[in-house]
Write a protein that binds this ligand. Structure first.
Ligand code: SAM
Length: 315
């Protein structure tokens, strides 16, 4: 692996994500009854960050719900670099059904998550265990439908073996999620992962949230910050626009792709919902929010028949 990569710096980005989600949730941007169990302490974030996280979480949630509707009960969800994300619990709480929810992250991260899940009854009580479960040893947690697995995304053999050990069905509709993860992974390793997924699964969609448009002044500052933290690898500058985000899928064996900046995602939300969140806190610098949202995107790539028409909310 590249000597430039700093796994610990990359892992620490999960603390930021979790702290920002807590900040927004506790101010009432969206409901998440679980995120507080994963965070010891956090600082209140400025309004543009809270709104940005709202767009990120709701944008992904909206696409995932649509996918679950079209694929019915049999869908599998696989989240790469899941960190301490709470989507499994939020989907369960809202009555969504799926056959399997698998989360991958570095073993050190999944063992921490494993510990916190066991510690908090409110998280643990949603899990159902099979009678015999000898694979469920930290850093892994294997239940009837939730699987928390320690693996490095750059190690394709390990990912492939662990998917098999979790009983994945390569013919069922499958949603892959990478929420602010790929930018931290070596570009060749992402390419290999995308090729492997497109080759192995017959009917699937990959939902990716990450930085984009990094070649203007604001983008270059973001890039420098990532570099200074030691968690950005060379090569990602190339993913600088929506077209490149899409071609990353189509050049790695996927049938088609779409991509939207977070400005488009934010503007696609229902007006009453936008009014609600905009009334939570005053935002003097509207320009700052647009600038931030211009530099993040959600892209999707699909393969097979189920997910071709998945789109952002129509108003
Ligand atoms: N997806 C979560 C969210 O949005 O709340 C966490 C996002 S955090 C910014 C990035 C996550 O990706 C971290 O938990 C990190 O450990 C994980 N990650 C980055 N590179 C990885 C790799 N090579 N293998 C496994 N996990 C990785």
């Amino acid at each position: 692996f590249s000597a430039l990569n700093n796994d610990e710096a990359v892992q620490s980005t999960n603390d930021d994500a979790c702290g920002c989600k807590c900040s927004a949730v506790n101010l009432g941007y969206w409901k998440d009854s679980y995120v507080n169990y994963f965070v010891k302490r956090y600082d209140r974030k400025p309004p543009e960050i809270n709104r940005g996280y709202y767009a990120r979480v709701k944008g992904i949630e909206h696409l995932v719900s649509q996918c679950l509707q079209v694929s019915k009960k049999e869908c599998q969800i696989i989240s790469f670099g899941a960190g301490f994300d709470t989507l499994y619990w939020r989907l369960k709480e809202s009555g969504c059904t799926f056959s399997k929810f698998i989360e991958f992250d570095f073993p050190i991260m999944t063992s921490k998550k494993h510990f916190l899940i066991k510690k908090h009854k409110q998280l643990f009580e949603h899990l159902q265990f099979k009678d015999t479960d000898d694979k469920s040893v930290s850093p892994n947690l294997y239940t009837a439908d939730y699987f928390l697995i320690g693996a490095d995304l750059r190690d394709l053999n390990s990912i492939s073996n662990k998917l098999t050990s979790a009983g994945i069905n390569f013919d069922l509709p499958t949603i892959f999620i990478a929420e602010c993860v790929l930018v931290y992974v070596d570009v060749q390793a992402i390419s290999n992962l995308l090729k492997y997924l497109a080759k192995s699964f017959s009917d699937c969609i990959f939902i990716n949230y990450e930085q984009v448009n990094l070649n203007d002044t604001f983008g270059r500052i973001m890039l420098e910050n990532l570099r200074a933290r030691g968690c950005m690898l060379p090569g990602h500058e190339d993913c600088e626009n929506l077209d490149k985000q899409k071609s990353r899928f189509t050049s790695n064996g996927w049938d088609g792709a779409k991509a939207w900046t977070m400005v488009e995602i934010y503007n696609s939300f229902m007006e009453n919902e936008r009014c609600r969140i905009e009334s939570i806190e005053m935002l003097d610098e509207k320009e700052l929010l647009s600038q931030l949202l211009e530099h993040y995107c959600i892209s999707v790539g699909w393969k097979g028949g189920s997910f071709e028409n998945i789109c952002i909310q129509e108003k």
